[in-house]
Write a protein that binds this ligand. Structure first.
Ligand code: CA
Length: 226
């Protein structure tokens, strides 16, 4: 099962750190924040991140020095995010081990794009996780949208989504869906199926997703997974 990208935010400003951790979390990253280099190094021992978002102006050891140390740990992406926009700082950052150099303030979306773009270059494992498709995880109990956000499903929803997602972009008839929900020989109330599906579509909409499940009138349903 694929995991969301694990990002450590190194930022000494508590407000900005919180904003970044919460904002990137909402965009599907698995994010934690630390305030300085020693805390980062302790974290690295506990759990290796996919990427580090690194402030330059830190108390004690600064971001340039941290980036130089991180060069010895290949495979971890380093994105510098700093107020220092001078050319010499950018060059120093990029030459010193950063994979990308962003100047504050930066829009969260651009930051997320930079992290994803970097992840694509970091290896096939990461690339697979970023595939732009809906997928079921955790034994089918969690539905993940292309952006990385998730919704937990009930047993019935899981059965329906599994069936629909097994033939993406193709209409599954109501009879087929009912068959997937029914024990052998037992009839299923078609009205109940419609209620279930409209509830599921509403649940996805409430979670902020553009629902991938479409109604094809008189025939059935399809799961759009482009
Ligand atoms: Ca700072």
């Amino acid at each position: 099962m694929s995991q969301p990208l694990h990002v450590i935010v190194v930022e000494d400003d508590p407000d900005l750190r919180e904003e970044l951790v919460i904002g990137l979390g909402a965009l599907g990253f698995d994010c934690i924040g630390v305030a300085d280099a020693p805390t980062l190094y302790r974290q690295l021992v506990l759990r290796r991140p996919d990427m580090i978002l690194l402030d330059v102006g830190l108390p004690g050891e600064d971001g340039f020095s941290v980036a130089a140390h991180l060069r010895m740990t290949p495979g971890i992406g380093v994105v510098m995010l700093t107020a220092r926009g001078a050319l010499e700082d950018r060059v120093r950052g990029l030459d010193g081990g950063a994979d990308a150099y962003l100047v504050k303030p930066v829009a969260l979306e651009e930051l997320a794009s930079t992290l994803r773009s970097l992840a694509r270059r970091l290896g096939p494992r990461l690339e697979e996780e970023l595939a732009s498709a809906w997928k079921l995880e955790a034994g089918g109990w969690v539905l993940r949208e292309p952006g990385g956000r998730t919704v937990v499903l009930t047993a019935t929803e899981r059965t329906l989504v599994e069936r629909l997602l097994s033939t993406p972009d193709r209409v599954v008839s109501r009879d087929e869906l009912m068959a997937s929900l029914t024990d052998k020989g037992q009839d299923y109330d078609p009205h109940r199926l419609d209620v279930l599906l409209s509830r599921l579509r509403r649940k996805l909409a409430d979670a902020g997703f553009e629902s991938p499940i479409q109604v094809v009138r008189g025939i059935g349903y399809l799961f759009k997974n482009a």
